[in-house]
Design a protein around this ligand. Structure first.
Ligand code: APR
Ligand code: PHB
Length: 399
């Protein structure tokens, strides 16, 4: 089978890329290792920057987002038993975030691609990529895999590696061509989904001497809550009661007025935390996008948003190549993306460093964190810095 762009991975990055290419008249085929159900049910983040929400809306996949997305004009930082609101209207020029689960973004994109006749292979086994190394060579890049037991080959002009952190595209690039920049944090997040109306209208990031806690939400009926834990925390040691107890403690206000509403826990899991970037994000005619190229700790809610800005840059660069033969945009893909990625890395690392307990014995660090939170919530300049990064820095110009 032949196509213009072969896309490995049908998560948010791969599906959005396929959608954006289609709108520019470029054909693609998506090869996804899992079933549609599995990809849609995977519990992931839920905060869209204004720019990501606008991109989905402007490209025709924003109907349900408009109906069900919850627009937030602020977040709360809670420490010392008190809440402090960061107001985006005042601090981020009226920009906002939209709370809308990644599962729904993915489902909306599947619907759009399949309605437009997009080709997606699900449950592909033994996926491998070939002949992408030399941009000037005659051999065309290929994706090989098995679908329903049958061997398949897709021949294309370019391959987009959108197969996440554990995918095969990044490791298929010869050793030595890539440099990895990485930081692993000495903690993880224990996350739950609970059938309980969110106890706050906006997200609450809480700093507590027992560790960080976060109150988020998926809908007016479903809360998403996290507590800092060890990176290899044994979830079986966390019966529901213990989780609620810890959340009550870490989110409590000193005046005792704020109440956390409990409800049945329908999902729980532990995630490790890392910052990771690979450079460059391209090799010959293979381009890496989204989690395949970079991971952020979830504290700034940037993962999905970075995947969206990567594929926007890539779709524009490929469109320009097909329209005019111009190669400089695709050659600069990695450079263009990395400017924004590193700023989001810096922000995610900073939020993580400010809010988590790194070493319970380090009294200096804890005093410093409190001072930082105090500063961020009392200085206009500092709250603006948080707000403009949180709602999302501008997408990079592509040319
Ligand atoms: N072949 C084909 N598909 C693969 C392979 C493979 N060898 N390995 C992984 N995949 C698929 C996964 O099943 C998944 O559906 O690639 C997809 C990658 O999706 P994500 O991991 O979601 O990564 P990405 O699309 O880059 O999305 C960005 O933002 O909120 C964050 O981490 C969160 O998933 C989110 C990410
Ligand atoms: C989530 O809702 O899952 C979420 C929200 C904000 C974050 C991280 C995760 O910073």
């Amino acid at each position: 089978m032949r196509t213009q762009v072969g896309i490995v991975g049908g998560g948010p990055a791969g599906l959005l890329l396929s959608h954006l290419l289609h709108l520019r008249g470029i054909e693609s085929v998506v090869v996804e290792a899992r079933s549609r159900q599995y990809v849609e049910d995977r519990v992931r983040a839920g905060v869209l920057e204004q720019g990501t929400a606008d991109l989905l809306t402007e490209t025709g996949v924003g109907d349900r987002l408009k109906r069900e997305g919850m627009v937030h004009y602020g977040v709360e930082l809670r420490f010392g038993g008190r809440g402090h609101r960061i107001d985006f209207k005042e601090s981020a020029g009226g920009r906002a975030i939209v709370v809308y689960p990644q599962n729904k973004v993915v489902a909306d994109l599947f619907d759009a691609r399949l309605a437009a006749g997009g080709r997606i292979f699900f449950e592909a086994d033994d996926v491998s990529v070939h002949d992408f190394g030399d941009a000037s060579a005659q051999a065309r890049p290929k994706i090989r895999f098995r679908a329903s037991g049958q061997p398949q080959e897709i021949e294309c002009d370019f391959i987009a590696g959108c197969d996440g952190f554990h995918g095969i595209c990044r490791p298929s690039i010869p050793g030595g061509a890539l440099t990895v920049f990485e930081r692993i944090y000495p903690f993880g997040w224990l996350g739950i989904l609970a059938e309980a109306p969110p106890s706050s209208d906006e997200l609450i990031y809480a700093y507590h001497e027992r560790g960080f806690a976060l109150l988020s939400m998926r809908s007016p009926e479903i809360s998403r809550l996290y507590i800092q834990c060890t990176p290899d925390e044994d979830i079986s040691k966390w019966p529901d009661d213990r989780i609620w107890q810890e959340l009550h403690t870490r989110l409590a206000t000193a005046d005792g007025k704020w109440k956390l509403t409990e409800g049945p826990i329908v999902q729980k899991g532990v995630t490790g935390m890392r910052s990771f970037v690979v450079e460059p994000m391209q090799y010959g005619r293979l381009f890496l996008a989204g989690d395949a190229a970079h991971i952020v700790p979830p504290t700034g809610a940037k993962g999905l948003n970075l995947a969206a800005s990567d594929v926007l840059v890539l779709s524009r660069a490929l469109a320009e190549f097909y329209a005019s033969g111009r190669k400089d945009l695709i050659e600069n893909y990695s450079k263009t993306c990395l400017r924004r990625i590193w700023k989001a890395q810096r922000f995610s690392w900073w939020m993580t460093s400010m809010l988590h307990l790194f070493d319970a014995d380090n009294a200096f660090d804890r005093r410093r964190q409190i001072a930082e939170l105090d500063y961020v919530t009392s200085s206009r300049a500092a709250s603006q810095t948080l707000a403009e990064n949180y709602v999302g820095l501008p997408m990079e110009p592509v040319n």
